[in-house]
Design a protein around this ligand. Structure first.
Ligand SMILES: Cc1ncc(C[n+]2csc(CCOP(=O)(O)OP(=O)(O)O)c2C)c(N)n1
Length: 347
């Protein structure tokens, strides 16, 4: 039942039933994610961001291909490396960056930060600092859809490291049994923290992990936004028909460190430079030009527009206020006992 799917070639683009506008919009979204995380890294290096930040640069095709195959009312759950997922699902870069900078205008009023951005109105059930945590959240949402007979699917992004977590197997078992409308999308970005993923799996046919649970598994080139779109769309359509879950393993390469500031002592410059030649944003740009879907002028205009959007987001976030101290305990789950302890510490 599991298989590896080949890249969509130039000719097959027409089979995808996407308009020129949609194809160009994929580029705009991928470029936005790349610029957003590149600028976020600079803000982090200026000590303007608390906590860790994990760059999504190199994985843009996965988020954009996958979220483009969803409807607005569908749900996603995300990871510690979640900026790209949230932007691809339609979040506003201004409020995203405000959240990352801990400002009151952010999606969680500045209390979630980079790893906990959520917006239920946009179907974002939350980024998640717990590796594999989103797998349970998305499976639970899919259970709601089935139980309440609601017409949405949920898609769960997670890393290849999270495939080692027991929660994947527990949820896969349950999702298959109840034919839940959930898509498990694992981003094989070649690393889990500071370890090459190849060193952690007994074999790399990871799509076969779907087999014992009796649902389809696919391994695809995650640098190819159209292939991601096509594969996720098939899985989503199937899930919406009530035929249950699917596992998709999208291979890509994490071009930046595990976190911003990672000294990268565990990989060679040559390896990264080799991966950079397959970098998905410029690869898709070349493909749009080659297939005459967009010309240079259109792409330059898009790039200028995106750069303006990101600069506006930076200005908005930097000029936004931090939360007031009397908001410390609103919208959080701390018990009264913990609140009292924290208040004592404050004095
Ligand atoms: C349950 C749990 N265990 C360990 C960690 C520490 N940790 C943070 S990121 C990470 C690696 C995750 O690798 P992967 O799932 O491949 O995601 P990637 O960072 O490559 O996107 C680990 C082990 C954690 N946050 N949560």
């Amino acid at each position: 039942m599991s298989k590896s799917v080949n890249a969509v070639d130039g000719e097959a683009i027409s089979d995808l039933n996407l308009t020129t506008e949609q194809l160009v919009e994929f580029y705009e979204k991928m470029y936005t994610i790349q610029r957003f995380d590149t600028e976020t890294a600079k803000l982090y290096q200026q000590n303007l961001i608390q906590g860790a930040v994990h760059s999504y640069v190199g994985q843009e095709a996965v988020a954009v291909g996958a979220c483009s195959a969803l409807r607005q009312g569908d749900y996603i759950s995300s990871t510690h490396r979640g900026h790209g997922h949230c932007l691809a699902k339609g979040l506003d870069p201004k409020r995203m960056l405000a959240e990352i900078l801990g400002r009151r205008t952010g999606y969680c009023k500045g209390k979630g930060g980079s790893m906990h951005i959520a917006d239920l109105d946009r179907g974002i059930l939350g980024a998640n600092g717990i590796v594999g945590g989103g797998i349970g959240v998305a499976t639970g949402a899919a259970f709601t859809a089935r139980y309440k007979k609601l017409d949405f699917v949920s898609l769960c992004f997670f890393g290849d490291g999270a495939l080692h977590q027991g929660i994947f197997h527990e949820c896969a078992d349950m999702a298959s049994l109840w034919k839940l409308p959930v898509i498990y999308l694992s981003e094989y970005n070649c690393f889990a923290e500071f370890t090459h993923s190849v060193k952690t799996f007994p074999h790399l046919n990871l799509e076969k992990r779907a087999e014992p649970y009796g649902f389809p598994g696919y391994r695809i080139d995650g640098n190819d936004v159209l292939l991601v779109y096509k594969t996720v769309k098939q899985a989503v359509d199937r899930a919406r028909r009530g035929e249950g879950p699917a596992l998709i393993v999208a291979t890509c390469y994490r071009l930046e460190g595990h976190y911003i500031g990672d000294p990268l002592t565990y990989r060679t410059r040559e390896e990264t430079e080799e991966a950079r030649t397959k970098e998905p944003v410029s690869a898709y740009r070349r493909r749009l030009l080659k297939n005459e879907i967009a010309g240079e002028e259109i792409l330059w205009k898009i790039e200028a527009k995106v750069q303006k959007t990101i600069q506006e987001a930076i200005d908005f976030a930097l000029s936004s206020p931090e939360p007031e101290t009397d908001e410390l305990f609103t919208d959080v789950y701390a018990t009264p006992e913990i609140q009292t302890l924290l208040l004592k510490g404050k004095k």
